[in-house]
Design a protein around this ligand. Sequence first.
Ligand code: 4AD
Ligand code: MG
Length: 445
Amino acid sequence: MATAIFVRDIAQYDGQEVTVRGWVKAKTGKGKLQFVRLRDGTGQVQCVAFKKEMDEADFEAIRGLTQESSVIITGNVRADERAPGYPGGYEIGVTGVEVVQVGDEYPITPKEHGTEYLMDRRHLWLRSDRQWAILRIRATIIKAMRDWLDNNGFLLVDTPIITPAAGEETTTLFELDYFGEPAYLAQTGQLYNEANIFAFGRVYCFGPTFRAEKSKTRRHLIEFWMLEPEIAYCDLDELMDVEEQLVSYIVAQVLAKHQQELEIIERDTVQLANIAAPFPRITYDEAIERLQKLADETDDPEQKELLKIEWGEDFGSPHETALAEMFNRPVFVYHYPSAVKAFYMQPVAGRDEVCRSVDLLAPEGYGEIIGGSERIFDADLLRQKLQAQGLPEENYDWYLQLRQFGSVPHAGFGIGIERTVAWICGLDHIRETIPYARLLNRKYP
Ligand code: 4AD
Ligand code: MG
């Protein structure tokens, strides 16, 4: 009996007879010689079938294979520098085959398909090299984030998905019928993280979050995944230290583990190799000055119009892009106007109109990947802010109590998984960063 192996481990089996179980990526060849490119989920290998080296029936079975047919192939592993595949460098000389199912005519072929066509077939599109590479990188990004936090004194504490009140702006809430009462899908786990720090010090939550974003952009999902650390006795500077360490670690892990995948998606890694802490830190005021100066100096009227911004306005994506382009690494922008940020952010002492918030903007036009802040830790001030935003105080009673029993300055942030994947993979649109994207116009499949 040949050993059943995973293609990723093929180098360990040079000269041995093995069995691989997978799907036909492609088949070429003619007459007595057939080439089957086999995927098994862990990699791809070229299987070479030579009529005289196997049973007639097996050879005929191979000739009849269609794209995506499921097969179990047995054969001898041999090193060959030119052999294509992932990892490549080895091929299998076929000695036998068991056809599990001959696939119907497969709707996704090597020719170009439109995006909507592919999104309608996302359940099949995931099998393509490019999607395989992106989602493997996504898994590493999530693991890297969690490893870094686990190794730096943070505890994973899960937060609820069904919540009684808004965690961010009320305009993007998804309402549910909770046995006759309104409830909402979580926009953030932050408010619960804030309770959890009093029990555990440094915590994080990781899970899906939901926002009924009415905007159709290449950066917004309706359902996205967020990792949110929260830290007791922490100020904005320390928060930025944590963020830049975390982000540098993620990028380093992807570069160390995914050269093959980065090549498949044709990511230029020169820019990524530059990503190392510390990251530049500028205030919102300085960002506005820089943008206004850039708008003044630009000759392109269209660009001038796009860059226009007054103090007090939130950045649009042209602004974030322009700011991030001024630096060759992610840049922190801190002390945003309170009016454009959430109710829970601590005001800057002596300058009530700005708050102790910080966004991290990714380079190469990706913009905000992290939002964070110091939190208001005074009960009265928090109550005032809730009122000012028209948020019903009774829904936040538990949250206000946190300011009553040993309140401390604290801070935290949320990093969007999909925005981070889009940036690190260099993707044009967020839809490819998640297995099944939920977009304004799509919830299928
Ligand atoms: O800036 P946001 O809204 O911050 C919060 O939710 C805080 N409660 C986080 C915290 O302090 N614990 O969102 C944080 C990040 C954004 O920077 C972005 O990366 C991502 O979440 N994000 C989205 N990603 C995809 N689609 C959307 N609609 C997103 N909205 C936010
Ligand atoms: Mg934000």
